[in-house]
Design a protein around this ligand. Structure first.
Ligand SMILES: [Zn+2]
Length: 333
């Protein structure tokens, strides 16, 4: 029973909320890894990079499976993979602004509005994120939340000049009263580059002094950063770009990097203390025969202790169920 006492200490348990039947439910931290435009597609090497790429660490995690429609549902020692619907009963292809707003709010925003919308939020989508979504709710509840991506100076210049609009995720963060991480945060090691390694900062953003992280080290770093928060979010958007460009080579390179990130992350991550949740807003990269998004289901990959995972994924069918499951895992009241 020592683990109950330990969990009680961690949660600030009192007799009022003590429920032995729920005693396995610990206060978890959650690391949300958002991969834009990743669906679960067909087992077809002509169109789907997930069929061609090796991804040995993802395969090891999933007991030999990978991100394919035929692989889900999959339950392994450390992870659960489900295929979840991102179309949400609304006509047309799912889009980023609404999809990301769903992931952060748990609301069926496409159904409320009558359409999918993106890539950047219009006024109606932005209004649904006024409370900051999960970032706002956790902050209000006294929990620590952060978006771990570092943004370069020119991003803030674009926002300040009105030339660039926030996408749904940074919009939610700023609405929650949280700051986006800057160049200074990046160089001080408080945030990660959007490409994990920092290569983009060195080659495209004009910071040749950037120290490039080995992908595996970036995964270890991601775990370390996430351990400082109750709710940490990392956004990877290049997957959607490769999908729109129908660029198989770039897609394969990205997935290889990500697989090595996963290797470091899984080595460093303590399953007893937190869940890693990886999902997407819509399909795209898994079908490079089309330039547009797809209506394929997206992966809900949950890594962590088995019972917590089961509670998290119970009856999970679509992306509206991710945010409430994260809330319950962290707050657990
Ligand atoms: Zn897109």
């Amino acid at each position: 029973m020592a683990w109950i006492a330990a969990s009680a200490r961690r949660r600030g348990f009192n007799s009022k909320n003590f429920n032995p039947s729920q005693s396995s439910e610990l206060n978890m931290r959650v690391l949300f890894i958002f991969l834009d435009g990743i669906g679960l597609g067909e087992n077809d090497p002509a169109i789907n990079p997930f069929v061609r790429v090796e991804m040995p660490h993802l395969r090891k995690l999933l007991g030999g499976s990978t991100f394919l429609y035929e692989a889900a549902p999959c339950e392994s020692k450390r992870a659960t993979l489900l295929a979840v619907d991102a179309s949400l009963g609304v006509e047309g292809l799912p889009q980023s602004a609404t999809g990301q707003a769903v992931l952060l709010s748990g609301r069926n925003i496409p159904a409320e509005l009558g359409y999918h919308y993106g890539p950047k939020p219009n006024r109606a989508v932005a209004a649904t994120l006024q409370d900051g979504g999960l970032f706002g709710r956790f902050t209000k509840a006294g929990k620590k939340a952060a978006l771990l991506n570092a943004y370069p100076p020119r991003y803030f210049d674009g926002i300040d000049s009105g030339k660039r609009l926030y996408s749904s995720i940074p919009l939610a963060v700023t609405n929650a009263g949280l700051s986006l991480f800057t160049k200074d945060d990046f160089f001080a090691g408080r945030a990660l580059a959007a490409d994990f390694t920092g290569q983009g900062w060195r080659e495209f953003l004009g910071f040749p002094e950037t120290q490039i992280l080995d992908p595996r080290d970036a995964g270890i770093k991601l775990s370390a950063l996430a351990s400082q928060y109750d709710f940490a979010f990392f956004e990877y958007w290049a997957t959607d770009y490769a999908g729109h460009k129908q660029d198989m080579k770039w897609a394969l390179e990205q997935l290889e990097v990500f697989d090595n990130v996963l290797d470091g992350l899984l080595d460093a991550w303590n399953d007893d203390e937190g869940l890693i949740v990886l999902t997407s807003d819509h399909g795209n990269m898994e079908d490079l025969s089309v330039r547009r998004h797809t209506a394929n289901p997206v992966p809900a990959l949950v890594i962590g202790e088995q019972k917590t995972r089961q509670e998290f994924t119970q009856n999970m069918k679509d992306i509206t169920q991710i945010a409430p499951a994260i809330w319950n895992a962290v707050i657990n009241d």
